[in-house]
Design a protein. Structure first.
Length: 545
């Protein structure tokens, strides 16, 4: 049978096998051969590796989750996304059952539950039940299993002491049966990440936003919900267009297709990803601003080849004075104003393991806050260190392993109209000569552009003869930078920031209501909350120098 998932191997950070599970025939190689073939490929490794040396030739699908490597060898033709998505589902289900983070000891201490889960999730190589809520009806989590074993005396001769009495199976695959909560509440967190590349001229080359709707449902019974978001169906309609939306299976696609912006669904119990989307930011501007394009809420300018020896550079950050994302909030101390410092939990991940409503936050849709503004400056490989560093605000660190400078502004210093600078002098490694590496040779092509800035626009060569006072004065001027100086300058600047209380795409939630369902008393009014967070991190904004 083609298109089947054949086996699963999980390895720890030391590449030692901790789990092997086969759904179909015997494996074509040992676990050690699979992990050795995987390691032999240099990082970053592709998610699909072709092993032609095995008989028969094998496709090795792989993902990495919390330093655990998941491998799935397949010997027949199969849809690649099916296997890769199934591996991600396995990682998500194991983390849901045993709690984040997923570490080897949690798998090794619960082999019986893992085996039951894998048997339910895949039937003879075909993915079946992969919804955590549906699996909890047939495979008891560890905590419930321990309580049953502690309080129930098993009859003698029981053939399966670990299987509990059958419970009511839900007719909705993604929702558990008989859900009950003392406090009914629902939360919606919208997280957007900006991916932007800006040319040295300041014009955006590409600018896209990837968004994720994170939903938390703790409501008894079977609630039927309706979420209304402001998403015009055509460009120029006054808002944004959600491109390539991906929905959880609980969303009724017929409702969305008939009325874009209306999400009707019966949610799973707990935390889940309701939808994800993309927005192209460049077309979403009127003709009057089309020439300006989209710019990040933080302006970044660089000056290269500064100083008498052309070996200094400067990076300047500016917060627009009328920025809608930056508002001064009075602090508790009298007569002072500052930004509340908030620990950005999960800010470095595309989808945080814990949703955002678990901790305090001062950012709101009526009062957005910008925080965690930082800049990374990658240095060329032949730059040894930086000297004479000067920073107007914040602190910085020179990461010698990656040869990056990481400059971070304190949240208390981020104010509308604020301007901050970082200056440094680069020092190249000893023995580095003009143009003796490939970077210097490539930079030599740019030398003529800088020469024009120092000859006053004249293309004539200086005449020979006795030097006049005017020519002597000309010699004292700064000389054109060499190819080595040009090659020692940063090529780009990477910007990070977090905005709490606003979305860069302008997306808005109009309403979130329970419109029907079963097992919900009319007197119950669930608490609901919506939060917006925009961010740029991990080099998602690149400003080229």
């Amino acid at each position: 049978m083609a298109g089947a998932v054949e086996a699963l191997y999980i390895f720890d950070s030391q590449n030692s096998p901790i789990l092997q599970h086969n759904w179909r025939h015997r494996p074509t190689a040992s676990p050690q051969e699979y992990i050795t073939s995987y390691i032999s490929h240099p990082a970053p490794r592709p998610p699909l590796i072709y092993l032609s040396q095995l008989s028969p030739p094998t496709l090795l699908f792989n993902i990495v989750h919390n330093n655990l490597t998941f491998l799935s060898p397949v010997t027949s033709e199969v849809e690649p996304l099916l296997v890769l998505e199934f591996l991600h589902r396995i990682a998500d289900v194991l983390e849901d059952y045993f709690g984040p983070p997923l570490i080897p000891s949690k798998i090794e201490g619960n082999y019986d539950i893992v085996a039951e889960l894998l048997g339910e999730m895949c039937d003879d190589g075909l993915p079946a039940n992969t919804e955590p809520n549906g699996l909890r009806d047939v495979v008891l989590p560890p905590s419930i299993m321990k309580k049953l074993l502690a309080n129930v005396t098993l009859p003698s001769g029981s053939l399966d002491p670990f299987r509990a009495a059958p419970s009511t199976i839900s007719t909705i695959p993604w929702r558990r049966a008989n859900v009950k909560h003392n406090s009914n509440e629902m939360y919606l967190d919208l997280l957007e990440t900006l991916h932007c590349t800006i040319a040295p001229s300041g014009r955006p080359i590409a600018s896209r936003v990837t968004g994720t709707m994170l939903f938390t449902s703790r409501i008894s019974g079977i609630p039927d919900m309706l979420l209304s978001i402001r998403t015009p169906t055509a460009r120029g309609g006054g808002g944004v267009v959600l491109e390539a939306p991906v929905f959880h299976p609980c969303v009724r696609l017929s409702k969305w297709n008939a009325q874009p912006g209306q999400l009707s669904f019966v949610p799973p119990d707990g935390k889940f990803v309701l939808a994800s989307y993309e927005v192209d930011m460049l077309p979403n501007f009127s003709p009057s601003t089309a020439s300006q394009g989209f710019n990040p809420p933080v302006s970044v300018m660089t000056k290269l080849l500064q100083g008498t020896n052309s070996n200094e550079f400067e990076v300047r950050l500016t917060i627009p004075g009328s920025s809608p994302y930056c508002t001064v909030i009075p602090s508790q101390s009298a007569g002072s104003s500052a930004f509340a410092r908030i620990a950005a939990q999960g800010a470095g991940a595309t989808i945080p393991s814990q949703f955002l409503h678990g901790g305090p936050s001062t950012g709101s849709s009526s009062n957005p806050i910008m925080e965690d503004v930082s800049v990374r400056i990658p240095l060329p490989p032949h730059v040894r260190t930086v000297l004479n560093t000067r920073v107007s605000k914040g602190d910085f660190l020179h990461d010698t392993e990656r040869n990056h400078i990481h400059w971070r502004l304190p949240n208390t210093a981020i104010v509308p109209g604020g301007s901050y600078t970082f200056k440094a002098e680069v020092v190249v490694k000893s023995g580095h000569e003009d143009g003796d590496d490939e970077e210097g040779k490539r930079s030599g092509k740019l030398l003529s552009n800088y020469d024009n800035n120092y000859n006053d626009g004249s293309s004539k060569a200086p005449s020979s003869g006795t030097a006049t006072p005017a020519k002597e004065k000309e010699k004292d001027k700064k000389q054109p930078p060499s190819a080595q100086a040009i090659a020692s300058m940063p090529r780009s600047v990477l910007l990070d920031f977090t905005i709490r209380g606003a979305l860069l795409s302008g997306l808005k939630v109009d309403s979130l209501n329970i419109v029907g369902g079963k097992g919900i008393a009319e007197s119950v009014k669930p608490y609901k909350g919506v939060k917006y967070i925009s961010r740029a991190g991990d080099g998602s904004i690149e400003i080229r120098c």
